[in-house]
Design a protein around this ligand. Structure first.
Ligand code: GLN
Length: 541
């Protein structure tokens, strides 16, 4: 891995196929400007400070800075046309710009308005690069050695791909290297089985509890079902339910095609050598399958060797961090691929799958992972972890050395570092205040601001009970609105004596200044609320 490339600005980390504008050729070109726009309001949003005309590269540069890459199916044509234009050195006409805007007006509008889910994508990427670099310092763990194909993968490989629910993407390190997805396949096997037979029928065969044992333990729940679909026994049963009437080739083609749809036709391939090795070293999985049959856990007429072959094939799929991140983002986006807009799984299927990933996706580290990281994830012994931050983004981190549970050591470290910086944990409920975690989506921040406004309203009305309730629910008593006005300012200006008293006794800052430099006491005096002014004098801060 090239560390220099990690810390360099994101723009220098474009895929090789995407060199971006060549500054030298730009400098030597006559200036190519757009003089008119079909939608002047939108057009103006693209202008930098001081610009009156939009340089031709303005549009593609903004797309790139927002995380929209040139191989994105939504923007490919825009990039292609701009690329051709650059080489031809022609001047773009306003009608050409009309056409570019028309290729995807909603995407272009959202980029211009900074309203994609992570508005400051460049800043987000810079901080992710640092976290990635820090995680690279971890060198513990052992590469899986039960088959030669995994044993020979270099331990220092380390890749990361991220894709937001708006299709903003970035990649670091070995994100374009194919790796063996192994148990990450259990997510798609579960979703496909569930879509086919329905969740009720599926869960008649597979439980929904963490097993408390290792992923290949020979154990069933009290109803004689595998504990869950995220461990080997459960995934073998999922496989038995997928297109069981069809031929082996049709069944596997269905799985591959599903991964393709999940990844917007990304890198998805099959490694036959891995498959043959898996099958040759599968005594435990054979034992599991016979144990399942002995306990009538399979649907009727399930063939053991056909089912196991199918399971090994699913484990022998290879993907890259780049492609897996898009699949993760599709799950984060409720089953709709953000790059193609295609619905791949139903909302119910995705919800069920994420619930199970959350409670069971990380083998017998699942409880710890749910506690520490707090989002659904699935790991594989190839060293990959697919992580879903619902409604925000999906990512895939890959590093082959594993811990005693079979999870990537660096991968887990990366997740921990990420969660210490960002408020992605499911139960990071109120964040964004100074010194706390960052909400790159700004959603929680705006929720927090809305709650501060509620507090100020309650103070202005003198509703001390509501003030009490809001503070107990975590609203900062000294939170200020846009004008720097705190609840104490409002209570004081409105002469709400009881509220002023309550706020002062509960940590309200008497010297808070609004944007005109006034303190709450100034407000009370100016508005002639002498009783309130007296309270300030009696209650010492
Ligand atoms: N192929 C492996 C097995 O079946 C997959 C297990 C895993 O990734 N945990 O044992």
């Amino acid at each position: 891995m090239n560390k220099a490339s990690i810390v360099a600005s994101r723009r220098s980390q474009r895929p090789e196929s995407d060199p971006g504008p060549d500054p030298a050729s730009q400098a030597s070109q006559p200036s190519r400007k757009l003089t008119e726009s079909p939608d002047h309001g939108l057009y103006k949003l693209f202008l930098e400070a001081g610009q009156t005309e939009l340089p031709v590269q303005g549009l593609t540069e903004r797309l790139r800075a927002a995380g929209i890459l040139s191989d994105d199916p939504r923007a490919r044509e825009i990039f292609d046309r701009m690329g051709q234009d650059k080489n031809a050195r022609s001047i773009a006409t306003s009608s050409e710009f009309n056409e570019l805007f028309a290729l995807n007006p909603s995407l272009i509008r959202r980029v211009a308005e900074d309203s994609l889910v992570i508005p400051d994508w460049d800043e987000f990427c810079r901080s992710i690069a640092l976290i990635f670099q820090e995680a690279a310092n971890v060198v513990d763990g052992k590469v899986a050695a039960y088959i030669p194909e995994l044993a020979s993968v270099p331990a220092e490989k380390f890749g990361l791909g991220i894709c937001s629910v708006d299709g903003q993407r970035v990649h670091y390190g070995d994100a374009k290297d194919p790796f063996s997805i192994q148990s990450i396949s259990k997510t798609v096997s579960y979703c496909l089985a569930s879509e086919e037979v329905g969740p009720q029928a599926l869960h008649a065969h597979i439980g929904r509890e963490p097993s408390g044992h290792s992923f290949n333990a020979i154990t069933l729940d009290p109803k004689r079902r595998p504990h869950n679909p995220m461990i080997n026994a459960g995934a073998i049963v999922s496989c038995s339910l997928i297109k069981s009437e069809k031929s082996a080739s049709e069944r596997f083609a269905h799985v591959l095609e599903t991964w393709k749809r999940l990844t917007a036709d990304g890198d998805v391939s099959f490694n036959n050598t891995v498959f043959l090795s898996e099958r040759d070293s599968a005594d435990r999985n054979f034992a599991l399958a016979y144990f399942l049959r002995e306990n009538a856990a399979f649907p009727k007429n399930t063939g053991i060797s056909a089912t196991l072959d199918f399971y090994f094939q699913c484990c022998s799929v290879e993907m890259t961090c780049e492609s897996m991140a898009i699949a993760a983002a599709t799950l984060a986006n409720g089953g709709v691929n953000p790059l193609t807009n295609e619905r791949v799984f139903s909302i119910e299927t995705v919800k069920n799958c994420l619930s199970l990933m959350h409670s069971c996706g990380m083998y017998d580290f699942s409880g710890e992972f749910a506690f520490l990281i707090g989002v659904p994830a699935k790991s594989g012994v190839g060293g990959g972890i697919m992580v879903v931050v619902p409604e925000v983004l999906g990512f895939c981190v890959w590093s082959p050395p594993l811990d005693e549970h079979g999870n990537s050591v660096r991968g887990i470290e990366f997740c921990k570092l990420l969660m210490s910086k960002y408020s992605f944990h499911n139960f990071d409920i109120v964040t964004g205040a100074e010194g706390e975690k960052v909400d790159p989506t700004r959603r929680k921040v705006s929720v927090r601001n809305a709650r501060v406004v509620d507090l100020c309203w309650a103070a202005a009305k003198g509703d001390t009970k509501e003030i009490q309730r809001l503070i107990a629910s975590g609203v900062d008593i000294n939170g200020a609105d846009y004008d720097g006005r705190t609840a104490l300012h409002l209570a004081a200006s409105e002469g709400q004596a009881a509220s002023v008293q309550y706020i002062l006794q509960n940590g309200g800052k008497r010297d808070a200044k609004d944007r005109w430099g006034n303190t709450p006491f100034d407000d009370a005096q100016r508005s002639g609320h002498l009783a309130v002014a007296e309270i300030f004098e009696h209650i010492q801060g």
